[in-house]
Structures are given as C-alpha cells and as structure tokens.
Ligand binder design. Structure first.
Ligand code: FAD
Ligand code: DLZ
Length: 509
C-alpha cells in the first residue's frame, strides 16, 4: 500500500526499525517549515543545525535506497506548515496510508492526531524507539505521590535496567548516588580539552535561511559550524568524550569559568535529542568504561544519573503535567525578560559571561542555566512562561519536552515544588565559590546594600521575605528562615528597598 511516513526534525535516528528494510511503496518526507522555525524566536545555530541534520538524514535515506520527499524552506510549493504540505502530498502521490513517529512535543502530538482524524485514509503512529520509558511510566511510578522525587525514580530505573548494579541487584559501590563527591572548584587544572567537534561550512544554508526571512538571534557561526550533524559525527564526538573528558566530568560538574564554556561536559544533548544517539548506547558505553577501570564509580554514576535519571524523569514529568505547565506561576511573577538576555549587555559578570556564551555558542552547561540565569530570573521575578520561551529559543538542544519542565519546574519552582523540593537560588556566595565570574565584576559580591552591591544578595533575601507564606514551612529552608529571623530588622528593610530598586531598574543592571 502506498504509504507516506513523516520524519520530524528531531527524529533523525538511522537505527529506527522503519529503515531496516526498503519498500518501493513507502515514501519518507522531511520538511523545513516556518511553522516550526517561528513558534518562538530561535537561535541562528539551532535553525542551521536542524536543517543541516535533516538534509544529512535525507542523504542517509537515499544512500540506503529509500524514497525521500524533501521540502526545503524556499521550495516554491512549500506551504510552510505540516498539514498543508501533507495534504498536498497525499493527493499528488495518491497515498493510501499515512504514518508518523510519536512526536515528543504535545503541540505536534495534537496536531498530527487531528490531521489523522481529518484524512480519509488509514493512519498509524509508531514509537520513536528512543527512550527507556513510555510517556506514562514516570506517572505510574509516582501515582498518588505529591512530590516526585527524581532519586526514587532513578533507583527504580537502575534496578529495572540493571545498570551499575552487582550480581545481587545492589548498587555498585554500595551507594546509589555519589553527588557529594561532585562539587570541586576548577582553578585551571586539570587542563580542558581542545574542541574536537567537526567543522562544517553552512554559509550557503544560512543564506537560504536568510532569504526565507526567518527571524533569529545569536551568532550563526555558519562558516565554522561546530555541532555534530549526523550519527557518525555524534558517535566520534561521544567516543572522544568517554575516552578523554568523562574522567573529570563528575568532579567539575558544577564548576564555571570565564574562559571555559564547556568545562568537562559532554555536549551530546543535541545529538541525543535529535535521536542520532540513543540513551541506551551512551549509558552502556559509560558503564563499560567504568567496568574496564577507566573511570571511577562517582564519575560513571554521576553521568549515568543525568541520562537514565534526569532525562527520562523530565520527559515523564512533561507528559504528566503538560496541561498545567503552560500556566503554572506559583509566585505570580510578572516581570518581562530583560532585553539584555538577547544582547548580553549587563554589568553582572556572571550573567554577562553565561548569556554571551549562550549567544555565541547556543550552549551553556547545566549550572550556568540553573544557578546563574535561572537563579537570577527567579529572584528578580521574571514571568516563568516568558522565560521558558527564551530558553526554548536559545539553546541548540531545546525541545519543549525537556526544556519546559527544566525551566518551569526545576529552575523557576513555578509548579509550587512538585519537581524540586526547594527553589534553586543563591546569593553571590555560591556563584563566587563555583566560578571566577566575580573577579573584576562591576558589583561587589560581599555587599548587600549600596550602589555596588551584587544584586543576587538583596534579591535573595527579598525573595524569601516576600514568599515566607509559601516557603516558610519548607523543612529544607529552615536555616534560611532562621537567618532571616536573626537579621537586624533595619538591615532587612534596607535590603528590601535595595532589591526593589534593582527590580525596578532591571534593564540597567
Ligand atoms: P552534560 O552535562 O554532559 O550531561 C549529559 C546529558 O545528561 C545531557 O546531554 C542531557 O541529555 C542529560 N541531562 C543532564 N541534565 C539534564 C536535565 N536536567 N534534564 C534532562 N536531561 C539532562 N537539556 C536539554 O537537553 N534541553 C533543554 O532544552 C534544556 N533546558 C534546560 C533549561 C534549564 C533552565 C535547565 C536548568 C536545564 C536545562 N537542560 C536542558 C538540562 C541540561 O542543562 C542540559 O541537558 C545540558 O546542559 C546539556 O549539555 P551537555 O550535553 O553538555 O550535558
Ligand atoms: C526546532 C525545529 C525547527 C527550527 N525547524 C523544524 C523544521 O523545519 N521541520 C521539522 O520537522 N522540525 C523542526 N524543528 C523541530 C520541531 O519544531 C519540534 O521541536 C520537534 O519535532 C518536537 O519534538
């Protein structure tokens, strides 16, 4: 039966069972469409990466003798949205059946379900064969639980998939979690690694994107494009990471430095999220490296937890909470995202470095996203969904299923604490401890009040004062509220007025 199979821009998995055999009756379609480039203002590199990777995938399909229909952004018949293009293709090619892989985003999930209900031919949705868990598994694990503790889900996953477990199904090293050993400050040694990712020239593609008048922001780096864009490149990059860099990942996971955007992080999130790499193979490679005595248990466990634990948990959380994630705003924060989030022009060094790096590379590591940019946004009172749009646009790896729970739940506590047991916020002290950002900063990390006082300090205390009703009884915040009770009331008043001044003048910080 003549069948049309849709492949989305983040479904570039050459090992999917769809591609195991060739069939003259099956037509694959990939589309570059403004519907997808324009739902949020995207970083230039994200658009280039998706289009370039989709075009590469077309090459893979053709090489393996599959029929491919590829709609480029400037093709004259491109109607710039999935539905219209699909309807046209069904007619022109006399298609008798339509198939697609489970989308990871609820917007597209609904759209494609509706499309299937509207057409008169049979249709089918198949698994993307990527994740360990189904959409509902995390929800099942936590049924009836108010708080969704990642750690308990992670242990369940370790046992279920027998990862880093001994013969009697106990965790190797007699501990589930070695996080306490992962908090080292980085002072220049061990040396970081030269960027060995491939270099592509995508200037011509960038011209096509510009000709299509797609709006974007950030550096395009088109002529010197550094992201792995197919499975071979991603595997080579992963192998280099596991062999050379991973050994330092655990120790310096939380460290930040002005001259080092990547530290010892893997930079595999784009390849994973577009499904060029599978989470299973990444985890098995890391476990093998531990069993071959190349890395310690704290390193192996720390890295595997990110993918087997956090990544799967975040996805389950997304599908369980999607109906409320779009409106959740526990603290009723209303501030718009300051314009310097798009140009990096702020006098706060930590934000200046983290945002400029994101603009230049479409990448920031977890602690920069959480404990610098997210930390500031929560303390200042930025509207969580507006912030979510910014995060969804700027990072190369940002797809709603993973970005939204991280932003709304983990970083902004906008779900009232379902995902995180306390808000991830800090004063300048934490940023100074984990980075060298405070050196040479316009603001003073040690001051709470005064013209040069670091905004993080007054905003921090102001945040807890303002939200005492919502947070005061949280057992994990007992020390914070005791410190507040012990503070001189006059100092507290000054701190609050300093914070108010900073919030009112957020554009000029
Ligand atoms: P590494 O530090 O090397 O970690 C290895 C892998 O673990 C990552 O590639 C990723 O697949 C997985 N991982 C680690 N932490 C998380 C997490 N919290 N949630 C899900 N997977 C995780 N990650 C995305 O993939 N896309 C996003 O859009 C995204 N948005 C984020 C927004 C905020 C506010 C925060 C706090 C975190 C966000 N993260 C997101 C999680 C994390 O920051 C990135 O996965 C990580 O920085 C990617 O870089 P890396 O590949 O070098 O990761
Ligand atoms: C992010 C993105 C962009 C920028 N462009 C396209 C596109 O033109 N065609 C496409 O199929 N997918 C694109 N994507 C990815 C989707 O927007 C979407 O985020 C994922 O498919 C959801 O899981």
């Amino acid at each position: 039966m003549k069948t049309l199979r849709l492949i989305l821009g983040d479904q570039l998995n050459p090992n999917h069972s769809w591609f195991k055999t060739t069939n003259d009756e099956i037509y694959y379609v990939l589309m570059e469409v403004k519907q997808e480039t324009n739902y949020v203002l995207h970083h230039a590199q994200k658009i280039i990466a998706i289009f370039a990777a989709m075009r590469d995938f077309k090459g893979f399909l053709l090489k393996n003798n599959h029929h491919v229909i590829y709609i480029k952004i400037n093709d004259k018949d491109n109607q710039q949205c999935f539905k219209s293009n699909l309807n046209a293709l069904l007619k022109v090619h006399h298609i008798k059946k339509f198939e697609y892989q489970e989308p990871d985003e609820s917007r597209l999930d609904k759209e494609l379900k509706n499309f299937c209900n509207e057409i008169s031919i049979p249709s089918a949705c198949v698994s993307s064969e990527h994740f360990y868990t189904s959409r509902d598994e995390v929800k099942e694990v936590f049924k009836d639980k108010k708080q969704w503790l990642m750690e308990s889900f992670y242990r369940y996953m370790r046992k279920k998939h027998h990862i880093l477990m001994n013969d009697i199904n106990e965790p190797i090293g007699s501990k589930w979690n070695f996080d306490n050993e992962n908090r080292k400050v980085w002072k220049g040694t061990p040396k970081t690694f030269k960027d060995t990712r491939p270099i592509h020239d995508h200037s011509a593609l960038w011209n096509e994107i510009c000709n299509a008048q797609i709006q974007s922001f950030g550096e395009n780096n088109a002529s010197h494009f550094r992201w792995p864009l197919n499975r071979q490149e991603a595997l080579k990059h992963l192998d280099f990471f596991v062999k050379n860099i991973l050994v330092h990942f655990g120790d310096y996971q939380d460290a930040m430095h002005k001259d080092e955007s990547k530290m010892f992080h893997s930079l595999i999130s784009f390849a994973l999220n577009t499904k060029m790499l599978s989470p299973h193979e990444v985890i098995l490679k890391v476990e093998r490296s531990y069993r071959d005595n190349h890395i310690s248990i704290n390193t192996a466990e720390g890295f595997i937890r990110q993918i087997l634990g956090w990544r799967e948990y975040i996805r389950g959380y997304y599908w369980a909470n999607i109906s409320s994630l779009n409106s959740e705003n526990y603290f009723n924060h209303q501030l718009k995202v300051p314009s310097w989030f798009w140009n990096g022009q702020t006098q706060m060094n930590c934000l200046k470095y983290s945002i400029n790096q994101s603009l230049n590379e479409a990448y920031a590591h977890h602690i920069q996203r959480l404990m610098v940019i997210g930390n500031f946004s929560l303390l200042a009172g930025i509207h969580p969904q507006k912030l979510h749009q910014w995060y969804l646009g700027i990072y190369i790896d940002a797809f709603e299923w993973v970005e939204m729970p991280n932003t709304i739940g983990m970083s902004q506590f906008a779900d009232g604490g379902k995902l995180a047991s306390k808000p991830y916020v800090s004063t300048a002290n934490y940023v100074n401890k984990m980075s060298n950002y405070c050196e040479g900063c316009h603001y003073s990390k040690n001051e709470k009040i005064g013209e040069k006082a670091c905004p993080f300090n007054s905003l921090y205390w102001n945040f807890f004062l303002l939200n005492a009703e919502k947070l005061g009884k949280n057992p994990r915040l007992g020390i914070v509220y005791k410190q507040l009770r012990d503070m001189d009331p006059d100092l507290l008043k000054d701190v609050q007025s300093q914070a108010r001044k900073y919030i009112q003048n957020i554009e000029t910080l």
